[in-house]
Design a protein around this ligand. Structure first.
Ligand code: GDP
Ligand code: CA
Length: 344
């Protein structure tokens, strides 16, 4: 089989890094069975999106676009390289809230263009396509939906009459640094949303679908919640393979434990794989195969016991070569291309 169409359901930083490695591997011809000209479609989470200072901000779309378009700040992993912060400082000098969100001057240009186009009536998918004409990310980048969908998080707050308070995911993540337990996650607008044009087709017509090591609750989880997306994954003829964002019992570079805990899923590589579930033997499952880190090799049997193909390989995206090797191992797991180095 020659894979020419790959669809990836992505969040921000984890997804973007993975995509960088995948594209590197495809171009270098090191991903087994994938032709060097293979097309990659990215369905990005938009439930992190927010309106701020009159601007529509799409953190995950922008992280993917800037990362693949070589405009990302590599140290932070989000926002523009060589950024300055004059507008943010001026807004703070006026006492305009909120002040905790990182809004850089160069980045603001993107949000201005986006907001103008949305105001003029273009859907987010068309706006994203227009922004990508500048950045040339080397993938077709689709928002999961053109509809407004926002993740909110309920946290305990003794000062509130109900004893709890609901904040936008960005406030939970950026201002509160996910330090207080998330009692529940409420994705406003999700049930009534529709997939953006091309999303269901990209899944149905793919030769391979990949769930990168993105956040299983607030990135991939929200994409799967867009009506029609889960069913598209369950019915596509393409194999569906995922890579664990949890390594050795914790999220990599992350503070995401709260999110899994809030939906009652144990923070382990196997539990996340089982949460996504096997397509063949469970009624909600979306996966055929699940890749875990070598440190979690002792969980492979548990994953296989749930019906999924599974292997343990290094899953740290330390550089593009390491990440390309992860992509190759993921593909090998569903295409029976023989043994993968390091797999057991
Ligand atoms: P966000 O939207 O910016 O939070 O990014 P994503 O949802 O796409 O990815 C966040 C996830 O990436 C976190 O759950 C991390 O555990 C995971 N992650 C980050 N770096 C790595 C890595 O090197 N290896 C693995 N396996 N997961 C990673
Ligand atoms: Ca995100």
């Amino acid at each position: 089989m020659s894979i020419t169409r790959i669809t990836v359901l992505s969040g921000g930083m984890g997804g973007a890094r993975f995509l960088q490695g995948l594209l590197h591997g495809i171009a270098a011809g090191t991903v087994p069975g994938v032709s060097p000209g293979a097309e990659v479609t990215v369905v990005a989470n938009t439930a992190d999106d927010l309106w701020m200072h009159g601007l529509k901000i799409c953190p995950d779309l922008d992280t993917v676009m800037y990362t693949l378009g070589d405009g990302i700040d590599l140290d932070r992993g989000w926002g523009r390289r060589d950024e300055t912060w004059s507008v943010k400082a001026e807004l703070a000098a006026y006492g305009v809230e909120p002040t905790w969100f990182g809004l850089g001057d160069r980045d603001i240009a993107t949000h201005v263009v986006r907001t103008q186009m949305l105001d003029a009536g273009y859907p987010l998918s068309a706006v994203t396509e227009a922004l990508c004409r500048r950045w040339q990310p080397g993938v077709r980048l689709l928002p999961m939906s053109d509809d407004r969908v926002e993740t909110h998080v309920a946290i305990a707050d003794e000062a509130a009459p109900s004893g709890r308070r609901v904040v936008h995911f960005q406030e939970y993540w950026v201002r509160l640094r996910a330090e207080v337990p998330a009692e529940s996650v409420i994705v406003v607008g999700l049930d009534a949303s529709s997939p953006a044009p091309g999303v269901l087709e990209a899944i149905a017509e793919a030769d391979l679908v990949v769930l990168p090591p993105s956040n299983p609750v607030v990135s991939v989880g929200t994409i799967l919640g867009v009506p029609g997306v889960r069913e598209a994954l369950r019915t596509t003829a393409a194999p569906v393979v995922g890579l664990s964002p949890v390594v050795g019992g914790s999220h990599v570079r992350g503070m995401a434990h709260q999110m899994l805990t809030s939906i009652g899923v144990e923070v382990s590589a196997a539990a996340v794989g089982l949460h996504y579930g096997d397509r063949a033997t469970t009624s909600e499952g979306v996966l055929d195969a699940w890749l875990v880190d070598e440190r979690d090799a002792d969980q492979v049997d548990r994953v296989r016991g749930a019906g999924l193909a599974c292997a343990a390989v290094p899953l740290m995206m330390s550089d593009v070569d390491a990440t390309a090797a992860m992509a190759a191992a993921a593909v090998a797991l569903v295409t029976d291309r023989g043994s993968v180095d390091g797999a057991r």
